[in-house]
Write a protein that binds this ligand. Structure first.
Ligand SMILES: CC(C)(COP(=O)(O)OP(=O)(O)OC[C@H]1O[C@@H](n2cnc3c(N)ncnc32)[C@H](O)[C@@H]1OP(=O)(O)O)[C@@H](O)C(=O)NCCC(=O)NCCS
Length: 210
């Protein structure tokens, strides 16, 4: 027996997105230093620089900012079925696969495309959370494990529960205002390297850059 140790998080990253080969990705974009974990399904979404997903994550029709952390089993934008049709089964819009027509019903896919989710920078989405259609989550927010987010979340706000409700802010209103103004997530790689250790002390950081 040999000791073994390798986690997804240990794999070195680079300016090229690191996509686990078990994941299925359709018409999407990812920035530098991004990492997409195992068994993800991503459709028509944009993933900002440094953002990572752990295993079994679903992302449909979403804009995700930079430096966002997405835990295992998160689902962003589980799409709706057409409840007003005689049947809500997907054969009415995936009709080509079922041999009912030559092409699919794009109206349904366009309807889904119109309900995009927007997630800001430096958001942390906890294990198993679900972010419902059309929701916007502000930068710096936290979504607790198992939450179902049905309404917009303000920046730097912690939300938990089903349906998710705010429990607190991470920082004072003044600190939040300054962080949003500093927008450190837009710094160049060079600046980020230079100021990297300063990210660990919020008070000194605000004093220096606020
Ligand atoms: C949301 C979270 C960050 C809050 O942490 P915290 O600020 O230390 O909060 P506390 O543990 O003090 O809990 C505060 C209140 O929220 C409740 N709460 C905390 N997390 C909750 C959750 N995920 N769902 C429902 N309620 C939650 C607590 O029961 C407590 O309620 P009370 O005030 O009525 O007693 C944390 O609980 C969480 O969910 N972390 C995500 C962990 C995760 O999924 N990691 C994945 C790996 S990246």
């Amino acid at each position: 027996m040999k000791p073994i140790h390798q986690t997804h998080a240990d794999i070195p990253l680079s300016a090229e997105p690191a996509i686990n080969p078990s994941s299925h990705i359709t018409n999407s974009f990812a920035g530098a230093w991004t990492s997409i974990g195992p068994n993800n399904k991503i459709i028509e979404s944009r993933i900002g620089d440094y953002t990572y997903t752990m295993d079994d994550v679903t992302v449909n029709y979403a804009e995700v900012g930079k430096f966002t952390s997405i835990a295992s089993h998160v689902c962003i934008n589980p799409v709706d079925h057409p409840m007003d049709r005689v049947t809500q089964h997907h054969m009415t819009y995936r009709r080509a696969a079922f041999g009912f027509a030559q092409t699919n019903d794009e109206d349904i896919f366009n309807w889904r495309r119109g309900n995009r989710v927007t997630i800001g920078h430096d958001v942390w989405i906890g294990h198993g959370a679900i972010v419902m259609k059309g929701v916007t989550i502000g930068s710096g927010a936290v979504v607790g494990s198992g939450a179902i987010v049905t309404k917009d979340v303000e920046p730097y706000t912690v939300v938990v529960g089903v349906a998710a409700r705010p429990i607190r802010k991470r920082f004072s209103e003044e600190t939040i205002r300054q962080l949003l103004q500093i927008a450190w997530w837009d710094w160049s790689r060079e600046l980020l390297e230079e100021r990297f250790l300063e990210l660990n002390d919020i008070d000194a950081f605000i004093r220096k850059y606020g």
